[in-house]
Design a protein around this ligand. Sequence first.
Ligand SMILES: NC(=O)C1=CN([C@@H]2O[C@H](COP(=O)(O)OP(=O)(O)OC[C@H]3O[C@@H](n4cnc5c(N)ncnc54)[C@H](OP(=O)(O)O)[C@@H]3O)[C@@H](O)[C@H]2O)C=CC1
Ligand SMILES: O=C(O)C(=O)[C@@H](O)[C@H](O)C(=O)CO
Length: 277
Amino acid sequence: MIPTLTLAHGTPIPQLGFGTYKIDPADAERAVSIALELGHRHVDTAAMYGNERDVGRALAASGLPRDELFVTSKLDNPHHAPDAARAAFERSLDDLGLDVLDLYLIHWPLAATTDYVATWETLVELQHSGRVREVGVSNFQPAHLRAVIDATGVVPAVNQIEINPYLTQEPLRALHAERGIVTQAWSPLARGRVLDDPVVRRVADACGRTPSQVVLRWHLQRGDVVFPKSTHRERIAENLDVFGFELDAEAMASIDALNRDERSGSDPDVVELGRGR
Ligand SMILES: NC(=O)C1=CN([C@@H]2O[C@H](COP(=O)(O)OP(=O)(O)OC[C@H]3O[C@@H](n4cnc5c(N)ncnc54)[C@H](OP(=O)(O)O)[C@@H]3O)[C@@H](O)[C@H]2O)C=CC1
Ligand SMILES: O=C(O)C(=O)[C@@H](O)[C@H](O)C(=O)CO
């Protein structure tokens, strides 16, 4: 039911997944279990979220075959140094209860304080070890992408960046398309802020859908990977029910036009060790 895109090394990734930032560890097993029960097969987590063990428990309890699941985690900011990164990766695998991860990302470039190229080389080594199918980055700006590609010749499978109707990120998406990098859109609903937008509401009313559904549909039709977060069963179901309709060119253009280059979350040029989280 959920379409897939293909990553750099041939791994299929469901285009719609389930986000887990800000899901309290005490609630994460329940929320992820609901997501899997309702049809999600792709879960986005991170060591930073503190809920990998609980996500892992939900994956195990689901009884779903491992090859039907796609799990992403991310290297947390304090662990960029190569040895620390290897240890952090093993901790994430262990906490998630997995032998092999599908996708592992550098969470933030921390360009002013870390050698993110060395960190990237470590992720590439991890991929060669066979413990992770695909490696990528998150919150990388064009200069950071060019630096890791120039140094290693290895193109990140994805760049996970904030994208929503208020921050459409066209220049970065164009660079991704040029380099064969899959774009992942974090905070696809701008953490709920776009759902009251009058234009979004008008499009939703016109197609008999909810604001969240039209915004997610907009992302999917642009070709990006999205993983909205919700802890409510009815919203998780609503956010999954986005494959039975299409936005026409006029509706797409009216949502594109909402761009105001406005972030809902942290700015990659500002986040550094110990700040911006
Ligand atoms: N790589 C990175 O640096 C980052 C990655 N991410 C990833 O992206 C995921 C999604 O981003 P996130 O920041 O969580 O924000 P989202 O844009 O997914 O918005 C989540 C918010 O919207 C609400 N919501 C969700 N669905 C609906 C709905 N149908 N109707 C009304 N409200 C709704 C949720 O409330 P409720 O839960 O109460 O339903 C929550 O408050 C994260 O969970 C994480 O996995 C996020 C930020 C940074
Ligand atoms: O959710 C994530 O993956 C994050 O990195 C966020 O915590 C991010 O730092 C943010 O935008 C906080 O407002």
